[in-house]
Design a protein around this ligand. Sequence first.
Ligand SMILES: [Zn+2]
Length: 87
Amino acid sequence: MGRRTKIVGPAGSYGPRYGVSVRKRVRDILIKKRGPHVCPFCGSVGTVYRVAVGIWACRKCGNVWTGAAYTPRSGLAPYFKKYIIKE
Ligand SMILES: [Zn+2]
C-alpha cells in the first residue's frame, strides 16, 4: 500500500475527485504556495504567509504586500517597480 498520496502529494486532500492530471497541477501550485518563503522586507524565512489571493504578510516584521497568487513575489515584480518610480 504505502503512502496514499504518493503521486499528488498535498492535493491528496481532494480524494479521488477532479481527475489525476488536474490534481497534479494543483499539487505543483500547493507545494509552491505552502513552501518556506523569504520575506522581502526583513529577509526571514518561514514567517511569510498568504492572507488572501495575492496578499502576503510577514509574522516577524508585520509587513503586508501584494505578490503573485501563489508566491509572495511574481516574475513581473521588476516591471511593476518601474511604474512605481514614474508616479
Ligand atoms: Zn518580514
